[in-house]
Design a protein around this ligand. Sequence first.
Ligand code: GDP
Ligand code: IMO
Ligand code: MG
Length: 466
Amino acid sequence: MSQFSDQAPQRPPNPRHTAVVGLQWGDEGKGKLVDRLAGTPGVFDAVVRYNGGANAGHSVVVEGVRYALHLVPSGILAPGSLAVIGNGVVVDPERLIEEIDGLSARGVDTSSLVLSSRAHVVMPYHKAEDGLREELLQASPVDASSPSKNVIAAIGTTRRGIGPAYADKVQRATAIRVGDMLRPELLRSKLDMICGLKNSVFRALHPDEPEVFDAGAIAERMGELGRRLRPMIKDTAYLLNGLDQEGKTILFEGANATMLDVDHGTFPYVTSSNASSLGIGPGTGVPPQKIGRVIGVVKAYSTRVGGGPMPTELHDATADRIRERGREFGTTTGRPRRVGWIDLVALRYAAIVSGATELGLTLLDVLAGFDELRLCTAYATPEGRTERFLPDGFELAEAEPIYETMPGFCEEITGVRSFDDLPGPACRYVERIESFVGVPVRTIGVGPDREQTIERDATVAAGGLA
Ligand code: GDP
Ligand code: IMO
Ligand code: MG
């Protein structure tokens, strides 16, 4: 195990590490990209999750076999690197163990998995609270896709307890960290206090069906799960900075996406963590200047799951065709994803916030067969036309997309492996995305399999804020 030295590093910072981060509303194909990068032997020594929890669903297809990862980094499928769950993740230990057992049963070696002792634990009452809050919000008459100025509709969460677990982290006294699962006496006394508080809130909110949490039973179960997880629990900030000091390379795997970032996304219709690349520092303890390459993952169109505004959303046969061809049903909840044209205004903003040095365009194959393709390049708002994104759910709900239209392509491209072999209109579409965003498209996904990827050596002029 590498050992972090307490002395200041002698050599200048080397931005050798890489991040993969979603630039839209999630499900851009981050898992496939991480698996592909991690699968190149000897390139990455660790693959690290830094945010989110089991709300993530990363599908990876290896030689025709599909895996769905939720808490375990997608790098686990490519042997040879550590798979690290960083301190910024909220971990549901029941689900983590289920996932580890599921992978082991399919022959995947999970012995390289490391879990931060400082990650926060998603407890049974967090999941109950997530569901209950959503039901109460749903009782409001507001349509979640077009929220009015004053009323908050349901967020449409995955009900995995993510928001309540992060809320307790910020509240501090009512939080449980992974390390606490290894200290039975502390765990029990914390849970006596926490369950007292939670039970009084639940009784008030749900007088008919009071969900009462039993501190003793929860402490016992968490202690059991802690004993099972003990061998993989470590101080991951020391581990990762130690790897850095030894000259090793780290791949950071984003979950959720920049438009769902709690500070920079379409608030309040976001998740509860910094899901942009900005979450890497706090979520791992590795300082941001160590990361030189940020791959922003972008679907060739837009999708969104749950509530909140999505200016380019479609409700017609085009949406149905994209949903069908792209298998746009959630990996975590199975919900049909909302579908629309690509939103370059949102994308340029996300690329800037996440510091994308290149784009990984995915699912281009899904767009084959349309006469024309539309790209949103500005919004019409009550204040006039703008090319600036509006990172606020209520303001964005009033924005209408202004489109540019380009010719489509009819040929199937799932077998194409070189940019020059793509139909001309597909090349123009890719080039328009990169010229608007100001960041080069370096890889293009033409199918779910690892191999269905076009590598490209592109450069474009630097972009900027509109
Ligand atoms: P993630 O959450 O960002 O990892 O994305 P998901 O795994 O939730 O959703 C992406 C879906 O698209 C998965 O079913 C992938 O197998 C699939 N996928 C990824 N890249 C491509 C691609 O280039 N073409 C097609 N057709 N499917 C892709
Ligand atoms: P991956 O990593 C798509 C969305 C939920 C909901 C909102 C808040 O697979 O790209 P939460 O349960 O986090 O409180 O829900 O965020 N959401 C995602 N949508 N992909 C994800 O992850 C998501 N993670 C959260 O649908 O709208
Ligand atoms: Mg997903």
